[in-house]
Design a protein around this ligand. Sequence first.
Ligand SMILES: CC(C)(COP(=O)(O)OP(=O)(O)OC[C@H]1O[C@@H](n2cnc3c(N)ncnc32)[C@H](O)[C@@H]1OP(=O)(O)O)[C@@H](O)C(=O)NCCC(=O)NCCS
Length: 328
Amino acid sequence: MASIPIPVRANPHPNLRPLNILRDLPHVADLIELCFASTMDSDGQRYVQDMRRAGRDESFLHWATKMAESTSLPLTGYVWEENSKVVGNASLVPFRYNGQRLYLIANVATHPDFRRRGIARALTERAIQHGLDHKASIWLHVREDNPGAVQLYSDLGFRERARRTNWKGYCDRALPIPKSDISIGGRAGRDWPRQQEWLHQTYPDALAWYGKWNFSPLRPGQWNMIYLFFVDMGIRQWSALKGDQLEAALAVIPSGREPNALWLAAGPGSSREAVLSLLLHARRTLNGYPHLTLEYPKGDFDEAIRAAGFAPLRTLLWMEYEGATSQA
Ligand SMILES: CC(C)(COP(=O)(O)OP(=O)(O)OC[C@H]1O[C@@H](n2cnc3c(N)ncnc32)[C@H](O)[C@@H]1OP(=O)(O)O)[C@@H](O)C(=O)NCCC(=O)NCCS
């Protein structure tokens, strides 16, 4: 019987292959450093150095090959090679939340000499396929001031879910107290339901897999107080009142993942002055911190946050893969 030839599907991108952490990490670190040079902060530099260090550590690499799917390190991904040189990269960072599997596509980068040839598109498409094969939700974040990348991701089927700005402000005990009809005081237990509702809106469930926010230490009540006394969290929180009406609340949870992060709770009806007064109060009072950070949805309170002396570091679009749209 004559055998029927099975058509072999040609690999559409022979230059694209999975990341090999045993040999690619230092090259990917170089590429990331080159491509993100203009926006890389000290955290980014540390990240690149960690990648290089990991690339030199044999025992780490052997351990990591087994762990690639279960750590949050960028150990999974795809690279693009030209003449045996890595010129493109897309990392996949795995997460698990409430039993759900998610991937964050990160470090999408193409060497400047090879741009606009479809390399980032092919790498991102492959990363999406990897997520779909693992039945995962697929996310990424991209700077608002990177329209080329936003265009690429939108074309591939990602949709914006949130737009959030990272702010940084320095402490200064000599800051003047502005004249206003807002009074700042310790957060009262009766303010908690409102504060909790606003926190929930501001730090939404949709991003909790990444933010891992935990506001339960802010809860009032005797048992929580006793617990906090033993774990010595040193939480500070304040309410901003107009008359006896709660306008906004602000907290710092020193022993969290981000010890100098502020957690601002405000609603659509909250006054700008309340947010301004709270943030000035924090800068005046929290002198033990070199600086304070705040991550907040871009929008209504930008002006108040800026007026309180905080500078924007970056605004990120959080995008989730919704599915490829049919191309015209
Ligand atoms: C953004 C980046 C990854 C794009 O890489 P690339 O390989 O050149 O991208 P592609 O050739 O696959 O482009 C695919 C599409 O993205 C969009 N795009 C990419 N770069 C663009 C640019 N500079 N300006 C406008 N659109 C751009 C276009 O729609 C493009 O399609 P087209 O060429 O048919 O118009 C690359 O410029 C880079 O490394 N930048 C620095 C790092 C970075 O910003 N990474 C993204 C982080 S989220």
